[in-house]
Design a protein around this ligand. Structure first.
Ligand code: GLN
Length: 255
């Protein structure tokens, strides 16, 4: 069985909400199945320093405050864009959470009005309306888009009926371009913008989402989907899911 090589972008700058836990969950769920997993930390600067870019089969990038997004977006645009563009076009998997999801879109207009140009690889844009609008904070529950949940690989690892739960904390409100596929549809909480019921985005085999939690800790079926998809496996050996099922059952009481 081949190795999961995770490219982890800007770990130090974009990890305010514990999103590095997603990489820990992927690594642990691989280890419990004797799947080799390695993490390549990708920070600011020229990618030529990374000899094994072509071997990366799962990209991850977390969330953070406007200030952290401002500290990396220039590097993200100038140094990383070509690699990520080719990576997505090649059909490889990725998970971009909150602040990084926003920077994968056309632009992020921050709380102070500064417009951070994004990579434009996710057909969406984000606007933070400043203090005039309350932040989107709280528990969130959604139903994954059938575009993803109908994938046989997802069906083979899903044991929660395509639901996904988490926590969100963002001031930016994301608006998908016409025709863009949301990751999920919100059944409790805010999602992309508190207006249209969408949550996140799917582009190729990459997911953008506002779910913290970390999302993969709260949704191990999604973690398993990303592992199997990244390794081109139809499914994975099952792991005990008692605690997860209990947390989902409890989440159904969310009103
Ligand atoms: N700073 C961005 C916002 O407030 C992203 C926040 C995050 O990554 N949780 O919308």
């Amino acid at each position: 069985m081949n190795k999961l090589l995770i490219g982890y972008l800007y770990k130090d700058e974009l990890n305010l909400y514990g999103d590095n836990g997603n990489v820990e969950v992927l690594s642990a769920r691989c280890a419990r199945r004797d799947i080799e997993c390695e993490i390549v930390l990708i920070s600011k600067g020229n990618l030529s320093a990374y000899a094994r870019l072509s071997e990366i089969n799962l990209l991850f990038m977390g969330g953070g405050p406007d200030s952290s997004q401002k500290s990396i977006y220039g590097d993200f645009l100038e140094e990383k864009e070509p690699f990520i563009r080719d990576y997505i076009a090649s059909g490889k998997t990725g998970l971009f959470v909150c602040g990084s999801y926003q920077l994968m879109g056309d632009y992020y207009r921050a709380a102070d009005g500064a417009e951070l140009k994004g990579l434009g690889l996710f057909k969406a844009h984000t606007i933070h309306f400043g203090k005039n609008r309350p932040r989107c904070i709280g528990n969130v529950r959604a139903k994954i888009n059938s575009k993803l949940s109908s994938d046989q690989v997802f069906k083979n690892v899903d044991f929660l009926g395509g639901a996904v739960i988490g926590f969100e904390n963002h001031g930016g409100r994301t608006y998908l371009d016409a025709g863009a596929a949301p990751f999920a549809h919100v059944t409790y909480g805010h999602g992309n913008n508190s207006e249209d019921g969408t949550e996140g985005i799917i582009v190729g085999n990459c997911i953008g989402t506002y779910f913290h939690g970390p999302i993969l800790a709260k949704n191990p079926h999604l973690a398993d989907y990303l592992i199997a998809k990244s390794l081109n496996l139809p499914e994975l050996p099952k792991l005990n899911a008692g605690l997860t099922v209990a947390s989902y059952t409890a989440s159904k009481k969310l009103r």
